[in-house]
Ligand binder design. Structure first.
Ligand code: PEP
Ligand code: MG
Length: 580
């Protein structure tokens, strides 16, 4: 169903075994593996963005004191020109593309790095060296902060290259405009490059770096073109090489058999057309109901999710509403935001998650200590301890939104590790008339799910973090992407254990991590017995349509099969063999 013929790629092959033979032609096809971000299959020649020619910044002599002011002005003018160009492009683009370009333009005029560069120029550095040095300084800082901040490193480097090109009188670096449909491959893509893309000419994206929340991923989702990030070996694929990108499997097949590749694209399009017809509600072919819900981050996302067959919201990531907010929003301000989502899904289930601040989603108003290892630090529910009142205010706001809209949401806490944490959270939620649940993202919580269910009314499994913590592998690391794959049998064993606890206590257990967005894995989760699947709006129809094609018995057989495998690729292959 994923568009690959079995001859083209042997799914049971281990991750490291990258070379496959196409049976039909005896041609060798190299299959590169990465992290799937946007589903779909495309076949086309590779294009690559133009790079800034190597510039030796190390040996340039210092600028004479008398000329430093002029050098500083030259730099300011170059940075302003780059920002103006980006703003103009933002004006011509729409939606997320426009926002990304505008944000990059703002970064080009950011006081902190402009100031750092000006200081270097005042100390004698020529403008080009000063720009490179100042950006390196911020890149280091962002990289150490990790998570979302680390993903902004690409934006900074992009600005550096544009400003240096301007200073040197060179053409602006960036993506060439192809004259035929092409697949854009790059180490990473700068937002200013991806934001202006024409999806009829750039039909898929693949990058060596980047995570599922990188700008490349965000823009690919908006353009609706298949995308795979963190692809090992992609840098060796030259421009002009035909490749087959599978954004569902997370593979890039280099120089595949043309006939098989075109067939794979046609098959993927057929599946997408079929999925587009699915109108819910979620159920297997033999009528076993599983609610298919949407993940949202604000009112606008909820309103667009409402246009899909999603039966409700399974995860409202409230922290994403406040990433740029300096001070804690008042209860009234929060209530207005939450009410938008409850209104969009009036009369339907909405699960609101309390702030999952910290680690890759730092909130300025939710202070937490400086930590060497923020993913294992004060994040999620743990933030409440050091920020008295924060959780209580949020629950007050949710209760107020429930009253004003007449839609009673469920509330859940992120990063719960103990039954006592669950108990304390549940008491606070119940005091306000709210239905409490918790996320299962930490192996400790999965292991003791039954004890946690003594206190709360439902569980929602966050497979993104559950994979990270089970496999001891950073979810943002491109190098460890195979370990953080939710198909890892150890992760699935913990999911199965959690679902069994729900069945034993008669309480609902859903999945709201990325695992629920993978149609094949969604069937496996159904086989374990989950009661709901919550995924990005764009994935809702694919999940519902696949579920409607298989029986509960098939789902159960696939669930048994994956637990008996030795790695993620084998688990996927075992499920594919049962579910087709
Ligand atoms: C998860 O961890 O699976 C999850 C849904 O939470 P987030 O991705 O926001 O950390
Ligand atoms: Mg999480």
């Amino acid at each position: 169903m994923f568009g690959f013929t079995p001859e083209l790629v042997d799914l049971s092959t281990d991750f490291c075994n990258l070379v496959h033979m196409t049976a039909s032609t005896s041609l060798t096809s190299l299959v590169l593996h990465g992290v799937p971000v946007v589903p779909g299959v495309q076949y086309a020649p590779v294009i690559r963005p133009g790079k800034l020619p190597d510039i030796d910044v190390g040996t340039a002599a210092d600028v004479a004191e008398a000329d430093r002011a002029a050098e500083g002005e030259r730099f300011s003018a170059a940075a302003a020109t780059v920002a103006t160009r980006l703003r103009e492009r933002a004006g011509h683009a729409t939606g997320a593309a426009s926002e990304v370009l505008a944000a990059t333009a703002m970064l080009a005029q950011d006081r902190a790095w402009l100031g750092a560069t000006e200081k270097r120029i005042k100390d004698g550095a020529p403008a080009v060296r000063a720009v490179a040095g100042a950006v390196d300084q911020f890149v280091d800082m962002f990289t150490k902060m990790g998570g979302l901040m680390a993903e902004r490193v690409t934006d900074l480097r992009d600005i550096r290259d544009r400003v240096i090109a301007e200073l040197k009188g060179l053409p602006e670096p960036g993506v060439p405009m192809p004259d035929e449909p092409s697949i854009l491959c790059a180490e990473d893509l700068a937002p200013a490059d991806t934001a202006g893309l024409d999806p009829s000419l750039v039909v898929a994206l693949a990058t060596t770096l980047g995570g599922p929340t990188s700008h490349t991923a965000i823009i690919a989702r908006q353009l609706g073109i298949p995308c795979v990030v963190a692809v090992h070996g992609l840098d060796d694929v030259a421009a002009g090489t035909p490749v087959l990108v599978d954004g569902t499997l997370g593979t890039v097949t280099v120089s595949p058999d043309e006939g098989a590749a075109r067939e794979a694209v046609a098959e993927a399009q057929r599946i997408a057309a079929q999925a587009a017809k699915w109108s819910g509600p979620g159920a297997t072919a033999d009528g076993h109901a599983v609610a298919v819900l949407a993940n949202v981050q604000d009112g606008a996302a909820a309103r667009s999710a409402r246009e899909t067959p999603a039966e409700g919201v399974g995860l409202f990531r409230t922290e994403l509403c406040f990433l740029n907010t300096d001070t804690e929003p008042t209860v009234d301000e929060q209530a207005a935001i939450y009410a938008e989502v409850l209104d969009a899904f009036g009369g339907h289930k909405v699960v609101i998650r309390t702030l999952d601040a910290g680690s890759d989603k730092p909130l300025k108003f939710a202070g937490h200590p400086d930590e060497a290892n923020p993913a294992l630090g004060v994040r999620g529910i743990r933030i409440a301890e050091g920020n008295p009142g924060l959780l209580e205010h949020q629950l007050d706001a949710i209760a107020a939104a429930a009253t004003s809209t007449g839609n009673q949401p469920w509330v859940m806490a992120p990063m719960i590790a103990t039954a006592t944490e669950a108990q304390n959270f549940a008491a606070k939620a119940r005091d306000r008339g709210l239905t409490p649940g918790v996320m299962i993202e930490v192996p400790a919580a999965a292991l003791l799910a039954e004890r946690i269910l003594e206190h709360v009314d439902f569980l929602s499994i966050g497979t993104n973090d559950l994979a990270q913590y089970t496999m001891a592998a950073d979810r943002m690391s491109a190098d460890l992407a195979t370990l953080t794959d939710p198909w890892q049998p150890a992760v699935l064993a913990l999911v199965a254990m959690t679902v069994r606890a729900g069945a034993a206590t008669g309480k609902p257990v859903g999945v709201c991590g990325e695992a629920a967005a993978d149609p094949l894995l969604a069937c496996v989760l159904t086989g374990f017995g989950v009661t709901s699947l919550s995924a990005a709006s764009a994935a809702v129809q694919g999940v519902g349509a696949k579920l409607a094609q298989v029986t509960l018995e098939q789902c159960r057989a696939a669930a048994d099969a994956v637990l008996a495998t030795a790695n993620a690729a084998d688990a996927r292959a075992a499920a594919l063999a049962v579910l087709g």
